[in-house]
Ligand binder design. Structure first.
Ligand code: GLN
Length: 252
């Protein structure tokens, strides 16, 4: 990073379900409150993704939107180039699927992904829908993750990729059977993907700070947000109440 943090929001009009756009707001806000100057760019579907960003955000989406996004990301090559050069990439749900090797969409077609991270996605049954709690890999030093999932794809991580977290409630990556294999999300270098919406960074500010610290290349001083603790406790109590087990509901 050269003084100003360059945030690139990739194709939010094609991919940006369940409040994922809020992740960019959270990143900008938490950077600025630390005195870091931010230059945030939103890339439209017919625009070029700049190659020189520090932090790229790819949100969730429906199958048709993510197919269009995957084709553009592959054809342009700049996101892969930026990731190779060490930029931080944060991808949610369809975003996670799209930056992988390939993904299956409704109807059975397999679409090539951007090939930025070693994972593949195939359809799963039943659709994974509901609240998720997951404990991050200990080396990350993050508290429990809280979010919401809604996906028909199940993702299997390749050897070059490690899970972001272990599922406590919900499905997460969801490959290998109805309940999934217990993993949630993916990490490879400074590329981080998750199935959690919410928007996930509003619910999990420590995850936002991890991404920011990767992008700026140093640790960040803590930041107070008392209402976040309240929100997290409320969501955790909701899951514990058993009112909604993941995949109990299918809104389609
Ligand atoms: N379309 C993808 C799926 O159903 C991703 C959904 C999402 O991003 N919420 O698996």
């Amino acid at each position: 990073m050269s003084g100003t943090l360059g945030i690139v929001h990739v194709f939010p009009t094609l991919m940006g379900t369940y409040g994922d756009g809020g992740n960019v707001t959270v990143l900008q806000d938490r950077a600025r409150r630390r005195g870091i100057e931010v230059d945030a760019v939103t890339v439209g579907p017919d625009e070029a993704i700049p190659a020189l960003g520090d932090l790229y955000i790819v949100g969730g989406g429906e199958d048709h939107g993510q197919i269009a996004a995957a084709r553009r990301i592959r054809a342009q090559g700049s996101l892969a180039q930026a990731a190779d050069a060490g930029a931080t990439v944060f991808a949610v749900c369809a975003g996670l699927q799209v930056i992988g090797v390939d993904f299956e969409v409704e109807g059975g077609a397999i679409e090539p992904g951007a090939g930025i991270v070693d994972l593949i996605t195939r359809r799963r049954e039943p659709r994974a829908v509901g609240e998720v709690l997951a404990d991050p890999m200990p080396r990350l030093g993050l508290p429990r993750l809280s979010g919401y999932e809604n996906h028909g794809g199940g993702t299997r991580l390749g050897p070059g990729t490690e899970p972001l977290a272990r599922v406590v409630a919900g499905i997460g990556n969801g490959s290998g059977g109805e309940r999934g294999d217990g993993t949630e999300g993916a990490i490879a270098g400074h590329i981080l993907g998750t199935y959690l919406h919410g928007p996930v960074l509003a619910r999990n500010p420590a995850l936002a700070d991890l991404l920011l610290s990767w992008a700026i290349g140093r640790e960040l001083a803590p930041l107070d947000a008392p209402y976040v603790a309240e929100l997290r406790a409320e969501r955790e109590a909701y899951v514990a109440s058993g009112k909604l087990s993941a995949s109990a509901a299918d809104p389609r």
